[in-house]
Design a protein around this ligand. Structure first.
Ligand code: ZN
Length: 258
């Protein structure tokens, strides 16, 4: 199915370890299936936790140089090449939607938060990608509002992919654990329940959720979820995929709104 004339879906994708991009793992299987299920959109606006800025930035160039912003992993990971085209026209639409709270910036490319997921969803790199940053200076409700303002682009066949993690505590990662610590699962459950119920305000006020201080010691991986929620509309049916925790303190839980 091709979405060229359809409404673009919204995804929040848990990316987790960069190693999920390659080899045999559950996340990758889920990403591939999602790409096949959704078909090719006209373009993707990709919001990455790893392009963290002060003020909201969008890449407007016609290309996306790959950024390997991860260190100390096996050589095979650095051999992945994924450089889809940019889309200056869609980037301009993003600027229109977010003005005056956005600026064009072309000193960043497609980082692993975006490419680890997209190289599995669209392995041919044949869908243009417009990179959008995570504004660490903005309040949580402003992240939600960015999604709300981007929702109009969905009507033009643009898919919105927000890449982060619901639970992301690097200091507590345990590489031997296949699942999550109890607190990670508790927090992940609390988030999933509210997303699927369309009960978004408690997720914007996430500090009140159980074990939020452990699940979100820094906010950059969580905030992309709020942008995805903002871009969802009441007629979307939210569904969950890659629904699990791993490495103790990481949740891969992902959502599709369409
Ligand atoms: Zn990350």
């Amino acid at each position: 199915m091709d979405l060229l004339n359809g409404r673009g879906p919204v995804l929040f994708v848990g990316h987790g370890s960069p190693m999920n991009a390659i080899g045999d793992n559950r996340a990758r299987t889920g990403w591939r299936a999602m790409g096949e299920q959704l078909g090719r959109p006209k373009a993707i606006v990709a919001l990455s936790a790893h392009w963290a800025t002060r003020g909201r930035c969008v890449r407007t160039a016609a290309d996306n140089p790959q950024i390997n912003d991860m260190y100390g992993f096996p050589a095979a990971l650095y051999e992945v090449r994924y450089e889809p085209a940019g889309d200056p026209v869609v980037a301009e639409r993003v600027i229109e939607a977010l003005a005056p709270d956005v600026k064009a910036r072309n000193d960043w490319g497609i980082d692993h938060g975006a490419w680890s997921v997209l190289c599995n969803m669209y392995p041919a790199a044949d869908v243009p990608v417009v990179m959008l940053s995570t504004d660490l200076a903005a309040a949580p409700d402003a992240h939600f509002d960015v999604g709300r303002r981007l929702a109009a682009l969905r009507e033009e066949g643009v898919m919105i992919v927000c890449s982060g993690n619901v639970v992301h505590n690097l200091r507590m990662v345990n590489w031997r654990m296949r699942d999550g610590f109890d607190w990670a699962q508790t927090f992940d459950d609390a988030v999933r329940e509210r997303v699927l119920a369309g009960d978004y305000q408690p997720l914007v006020d996430f500090e009140e959720l159980p074990d939020a201080h452990l699940a979100i010691p820094t906010t950059e991986h969580y905030l992309p979820l709020l942008t995805a929620l903002g871009a969802a509309t009441p007629d979307d049916e939210p569904t969950c995929f890659n629904d699990y925790c791993e490495l103790g303190s990481m949740s891969m839980t992902s959502f599709l709104f369409r």
